[in-house]
Design a protein around this ligand. Structure first.
Ligand SMILES: Cc1cc2nc3c(=O)[nH]c(=O)nc-3n(C[C@H](O)[C@H](O)[C@H](O)COP(=O)(O)OP(=O)(O)OC[C@H]3O[C@@H](n4cnc5c(N)ncnc54)[C@H](O)[C@@H]3O)c2cc1C
Length: 372
């Protein structure tokens, strides 16, 4: 069957794009190897941080501000709470690139940001223990997105707008052309335009078109710890990112009494996305435990840990671009462990690219050509 647009990968980015394109009147097919939201890719684990004073660089701020507006619009459309304004505290040495970028982003875009010494931060959040060389920059309007609920919300709206969602049907090969041919295990589909939002599988999928992208699927772990609710519940304790000399940890307050959630952003081993991930093990537990012991010493026992996949680019910036020599194929990949907060705006951008050939957002930093 011929579709206006086929979207390969109906996860964080693809599901949002499916909604915007269906709403615009396109005949859309969303294809996924699993049944999103699911636990095989990059979008499980309840929560994702959204922050606007952006530690990865000031150029992200207009994009994430747009994403914030679209999350609010999504909440209104589905009449559901998807965002929790817990605030987010960015912690690091004052000279670290993330703290410098957070401050520069806030200044340039007039974002609320309160900066504290380690001692002041420990007075404000008594559950926190910080060495004196660190500072804490708190963004009160930032917070937490309910990741699976966000994807469910876009799924509901995309289906209501007329999209077709085909689950448990992995795309095996793509053949480019004026009409794109998409082959799954069960069926062949045709499309006038194609979006590839295949997350950790983007590299292997594009290889079927002889296109190489530098995106490495990477194993990541995260865990929940028992928490003293007086100190760590979301009403009194923020989400956080802590950059140390050789590591970067992030985490969440105890939301609905589930405990403190914690993960490590840097590092992780390259993996084959088709192989089961090595389960959360003693080494993962020890790493997270030594961190939480130092920085949130009044935590309780480890409850459980999980694994997940990042899709890393060499510079940790995203790829959002037309494929070279194919004006009807767009790829959005390589979200490098910080993409979810943008997925509402990425969905909008992908629809703009297919409808208008261009986007209102500046996508220059995300071009594929930067790797050549
Ligand atoms: C532990 C962890 C913590 C994170 N924390 C944050 C955070 O706090 N804030 C933040 O902004 N971001 C965070 N991220 C990053 C964010 O979750 C990801 O950047 C984002 O989910 C990536 O979206 P995606 O659409 O590229 O991938 P996914 O959401 O994984 O979607 C890809 C989809 O493509 C499908 N697919 C793949 N290959 C095929 C195929 N051949 N045929 C059909 N379907 C296919 C998959 O089944 C999947 O559903 C975190 C990620 C992890 C893993």
């Amino acid at each position: 069957m011929l579709y206006d647009v086929v979207i390969v990968g109906a996860g964080s980015m693809g599901m949002a794009a499916g909604y915007y394109l269906s709403k615009a009147g396109k005949k859309v097919l969303l294809l996924d190897a699993f049944n999103p939201p699911h636990e095989e890719g990059s979008h499980h684990g309840d929560t994702r941080i959204i922050r606007f004073a952006y530690g990865e660089g000031t150029s992200y701020v207009p994009f994430v501000k747009r994403a914030g507006e679209l999350w609010q619009a999504l909440e209104r459309l589905v009449d559901e709470r998807l965002f929790l304004q817990t605030g987010v505290v960015n912690i690091g040495e004052p000279t670290s690139s993330s703290i410098q970028n957070v401050k520069a982003s806030a200044q340039l875009y007039d974002l609320a940001l309160d900066c504290y010494s380690a001692e002041e931060a420990m007075n404000k959040w008594p559950g926190l223990a910080l060495p004196a060389n660190l500072v804490a920059c708190f963004e009160p309007t930032a917070g937490v997105l309910r990741v699976e609920a966000c994807i469910q919300a876009y799924k509901k709206l995309a289906l209501a707008a007329g999209a077709t969602l085909q689950t448990n049907d992995k795309v095996l090969a793509i053949q480019a052309g004026d009409i794109v041919h998409i082959q799954t295990a069960n069926t062949a589909y045709q499309a006038k335009q194609l979006i590839v939002t295949a997350g950790a599988w983007a590299t292997e999928l594009l290889a079927t078109m002889n296109i190489t992208i530098p995106v490495t699927p990477t194993r990541k772990t995260f865990a929940w710890f028992e928490a003293d609710e007086q100190l760590y519940r979301d009403a009194v304790f923020p989400a956080y990112g802590i950059e140390l000399a050789d590591s970067f940890y992030y985490g969440f307050p105890s939301i609905d009494g589930v405990g403190l959630k914690l993960g490590r952003h840097d590092g992780g081993e390259a993996v084959d996305p088709n192989e089961p991930l090595r389960p959360f093990d003693d080494e993962d537990r020890e790493d997270l435990q030594q961190f939480i012991q130092q920085f949130m010493p009044q935590h309780g026992a480890l409850k459980y840990g999980k694994t997940c996949k990042y899709s890393m680019t060499p510079d940790e910036d995203f790829i959002i671009d037309f494929l070279p020599n194919h004006c009807n194929i767009v790829i959005a990949a390589g979200f490098s462990g910080h993409g979810f907060k943008f997925s509402s705006a990425v969905g909008e951008v992908l629809s703009e690219l297919l409808l208008d050939g261009t986007s209102k957002q500046d996508l220059t930093p995300f071009k594929l050509s930067r790797f050549r």
